[in-house]
Design a binder for this molecule. Structure first.
Ligand SMILES: CC(C)(COP(=O)(O)OP(=O)(O)OC[C@H]1O[C@@H](n2cnc3c(N)ncnc32)[C@H](O)[C@@H]1OP(=O)(O)O)[C@@H](O)C(=O)NCCC(=O)NCCS
Length: 167
């Protein structure tokens, strides 16, 4: 993801997270930390014929990485794009040499929880009222990175005629 992607990302963000969408400033700030030798963030987008159809971001502090966000346009749900984006984020966590990856997900978001579960994330606790203003609890999930190699699907990225993930 680069700064010129932010408008399209915000449009999708508003649609996917109507109650608690990130502001433009949050994406600008995240991207500011995604470049240079001391980068602590990696943000990726999925582009299909010039249209942004998905995005995701990872933050790494010390040995712990966090999946900051992930989203896919509704017309692509169930097609495996969420899995490809998550695969990219976990590859970046490996590059950051993170020993574990954490994330928060709404307790009522079973679709995303299933995706994370397939990638080896396990529930480790709750954060009460994490999502405001709706006061919805977050489920905290954790993925041990020590067994990364066995669990990642095969080659991802630029396939002919498919949707490209790029970051
Ligand atoms: C969560 C989200 C990113 C998942 O994206 P996605 O592209 O639908 O994810 P996938 O297609 O990889 O996997 C989702 C389901 O599709 C199925 N699927 C994957 N590839 C498939 C294919 N080729 N054909 C049919 N189904 C497929 C998966 O088995 C999975 O099914 P499951 O619910 O039984 O586990 C997406 O639904 C989204 O953007 N939701 C709104 C934002 C959000 O909640 N983000 C997470 C915040 S923590």
């Amino acid at each position: 993801m680069r700064w010129w992607d932010i408008d399209a990302v915000l449009e999708l963000e508003d649609e996917l997270f109507p109650e608690d969408a990130w502001s433009p400033g949050m994406f600008w700030s995240e991207l500011a930390h995604a470049r240079g030798p001391h980068a602590t963030r990696r943000y990726v987008v999925a582009d299909e014929g010039g249209r942004l159809v998905g995005y995701g971001g990872l933050a790494a502090v010390g040995e712990v990485a966090d999946v900051q966000t992930i989203g896919v346009t509704r017309d692509h749900w169930g097609g495996g794009l969420g899995a490809r984006l998550l695969t990219e984020l976990l590859r970046h966590a490996t590059a950051f040499e993170s020993s574990e990856v954490l994330l928060e997900v709404r307790v009522d978001n079973t679709r995303a929880q299933k995706l994370y579960g397939r990638f080896g994330f396990e529930p480790i606790g709750f954060r009460k009222g994490y999502y405001q203003p709706g006061n919805v609890d977050a489920l905290v999930m954790r993925r041990d990175m020590r067994d990364m190699k066995e669990a990642l699907p095969g080659e991802t990225g630029r396939g002919p005629g498919g949707t490209d993930t790029d970051g």
